[in-house]
Design a protein. Structure first.
Length: 185
């Protein structure tokens, strides 16, 4: 796995398959995204790319009156867990700063997905939101892909005991000492 920390460091790609997310903790939902990304990439003979962010977007955007987010994994551990879990080709770690946070969904898809990665397919979770004020979502991205010549796979919720697996829920389980429930996710 090659770790790239800037769009300017990316090699020229003749296509790719990408998935996008914070990937905090590499839980079962994240694993489904990564597995689908790799499968789609192999079927097209293209490199698989995981796009993640550092620092975690909530660390920058969380309102000051709320308690700071407690991450399940830092960026180095995240990279280690991803590499251990699956043979992804590229881990793209983008610097999440206020300028990046101000990018619209159109700017993000144009600059990152279409120009830098030349995506042929994108894999996102059913609840994935992106762009300034979280304006982009899976449905929006699907329509964008149709117009610009790439496919989109939307992965539905991965449930554990009738609850969708999420990093937030895992953090809550850990905070309240429900480690068996956190580990199951």
């Amino acid at each position: 796995m090659e770790i790239i920390r800037s769009l300017t460091e990316l090699p020229e790609l003749n296509g790719s398959v990408a998935t996008i997310g914070s990937f905090d903790g590499i839980h079962r939902g994240h694993q489904a995204l990564i597995k689908t990304c790799i499968t789609e990439a192999k079927s097209r003979d293209l490199p698989s790319v995981i796009i993640t962010f550092h620092p975690h977007p909530q660390q920058l955007l969380r309102e000051s009156d709320r308690q700071p987010i407690r991450l399940l994994s830092g960026i180095d551990e995240r990279a280690y867990l991803i590499e251990r879990y699956a043979p992804v080709d590229i881990l793209l770690v983008l610097d999440f700063n206020m300028g990046f946070a101000g990018m619209s969904a159109v700017e993000f898809t144009t600059e990152v997905l279409e120009k830098a990665l030349n995506v042929k397919h994108v894999v996102v979770g059913y609840d994935h939101r992106f762009g300034h004020q979280r304006e982009g979502n899976a449905e929006w991205l699907t329509h964008r892909g149709e117009k610009h010549g790439y496919g989109v796979s939307v992965i539905g919720p991965i449930n554990n005991e009738d609850q969708p697996v999420s990093s937030t829920l895992i953090r809550d389980h850990i905070q309240y000492d429900r480690l068996d429930l956190a580990n199951a996710m």
